[in-house]
Write a protein that binds this ligand. Structure first.
Ligand code: MLT
Length: 258
């Protein structure tokens, strides 16, 4: 399926994939800042933002295939840099393993390689049913909101929280349920990490409660060519909570690529 996308700036292409239940607006600061040197393409994954919302579930590999179809339609077939946050990171790992020739480097932001534990998958199914029955995404968006941010953001940056909450308002209950079921069924990619030889930047907020720094460190250690940067004063939404530090880390990494 062809996706809606943002397309900012000149130069080498960098594709950034948003998290759940967000959309490409979460990359606004990166599109502006990195967009002075790079062409930043920010797809809305199926069911999110301005992309269409087909019937679910949305397996991670299907979301990944949409990205390939969209890049093909844009005529981008040379290897590019690919990054993703959380669910966007699951899609990034699927793309890295299934289309290895399409990428120059990876950026894995506040994400993990592991699958859901059975209880977590069960909880997702319960949430999916709840939003379907209520015909309202609110039970999921409001329960996620509390866990997305660092203490620093919660204490001092209420405007960031409001912006993210507003961004979640466009998602439909159908898309929430479909993405939850897709994430619950995703495979464990931990054992595959050793096969990903691409230069990889692993970023994580110092106060990320959903995909904590210890998990990011394990992922970076299992990847043959990864470096880990911990972003201070940030939780799971590091790119919007501390955009200056994330942009700096990304620019250094991108500048170091051959
Ligand atoms: C996300 O930020 O994309 C979600 O937290 C991912 C997840 O629920 O596993």
């Amino acid at each position: 399926m062809l996706l809606a996308y943002g397309d900012e700036g000149p130069g080498p292409v960098v594709v950034l994939l948003h998290g759940f239940p967000l959309n490409r607006r979460m990359w606004e600061s990166q599109s502006t800042t990195l967009g002075s040197l790079y062409r930043i393409i920010t797809p809305d994954l199926r069911g999110h933002g301005e992309s269409a919302t087909p019937l679910g579930p949305y397996p991670i590999d299907t979301m990944a295939d949409d990205v390939i179809e969209t890049l093909d339609a844009l005529g981008i077939t040379e290897p590019v840099v690919l990054g993703g946050l959380s669910m966007g990171g699951y899609v990034t790992l699927s793309l890295a393993l299934r289309y290895p020739d399409r990428w120059r480097a990876l950026m894995l932001v506040d994400t993990r390689a592991g699958a859901d534990a059975p209880e977590a998958a069960h909880l997702r199914e319960e949430m999916a049913r709840k939003v379907e029955e209520a015909e309202d995404a609110e039970p999921v968006t409001s329960s996620m909101l509390g866990r997305l941010f660092s203490l620093a953001t919660r204490n001092r940056r209420s405007e960031v929280i409001e912006e993210v909450y507003e961004q979640m308002q466009v998602i439909t209950p159908r898309a929430v349920a479909a993405a939850l079921r897709g994430m619950a069924a995703r495979p464990d990619r931990t054992a595959d990490l050793s096969r990903i030889a691409l230069p990889t930047l692993v970023l994580v907020g110092s106060d990320d409660q959903i995909t904590p720094p210890a998990e990011a460190r394990r992922m970076a250690e299992a990847l043959p060519a990864a470096q880990l940067v911990v972003i201070p004063d940030a939780g799971h939404m590091a790119p919007v909570e501390n955009p200056a530090a994330v942009n700096h880390a990304m620019l250094e990494f991108l500048g170091s690529l051959p």
